[in-house]
Design a protein around this ligand. Structure first.
Ligand code: URA
Length: 209
């Protein structure tokens, strides 16, 4: 089964509280999501492989370590996922960015893929799929399917706030995908919002409420 990592770093928890607060306006909300995405990127890249290089410091020869060139791709689920991309790119600027767009069929309520654009070398890349909210898990599960059917093998799912229902759904459908979150919240309400959550992440990011 995929693992769940909750990032309890004080800076992440502090900023998340302001993200949740309904008094936080669009500009601050966007900046805070960006900052938390950077902090989460720091944690999520902990297992990147390193290789030795030989350099001269002004004092002596030295063996240093650099990233061994693993290819990464960040894929936001449209539209709220976009709010986390720049924050991650600050730490891993060489990553490519794909996009997955899904809408909910009004009759079946199932997520339907309407847009997918990924880097051409899908099979060689490790993927970080991002969406600030993991609610029912329907979109995340479908987005992971979209990546896998195009050849993605190694996928991490990164989000700010998750409901237990969403975590279970990913674990049931994709047991090879680890989940990285800033908070595991209490539940979903009858309208599908995460409680206590932060409201509609897309609306708060883009000021469309
Ligand atoms: N999507 C959101 O933006 N917020 C929620 O609470 C649930 C899904």
């Amino acid at each position: 089964m995929g693992k769940v990592y909750v990032f309890d770093h004080p800076l992440i928890q502090h900023k998340l509280t302001y993200i949740r607060d309904e008094r936080t306006g669009t500009k601050d909300f966007r900046e805070l999501v960006d900052e938390v995405a950077t902090l989460m990127a720091f944690e999520i890249t902990r297992d990147l492989p390193l290789e030795d290089v030989y350099i001269d410091t002004p004092v002596s020869e030295a063996t240093g370590k650099i990233l061994s060139g693993k290819k990464l791709a960040i894929v936001p689920i449209l539209r709220a996922g976009i709010g986390m991309v720049d924050g991650i790119l600050k730490l891993i600027p060489a990553a490519k960015v794909g996009h997955v767009g899904l809408y909910r069929d009004p009759e079946t309520l199932q997520p339907i893929e309407y847009y997918v654009k990924l880097p051409s070398d899908v099979e060689e890349r490790d993927f970080i799929l991002v969406d600030p909210m993991l609610a029912t898990g329907g979109s995340a599960v479908e987005a992971i399917h979209s990546l896998k059917k195009r050849g993605a093998k190694n996928i991490k799912f990164l989000c700010l706030v998750a409901a237990p229902e969403g975590v279970e759904e990913i674990q049931k459908e994709h047991d090879d995908v680890d989940i990285y979150i800033a908070s595991l919240d209490e539940k979903l309400n009858e309208k599908g919002y995460i409680v206590p959550g932060l409201g509609d992440a897309g609306d708060r990011l883009f000021g469309t409420k």
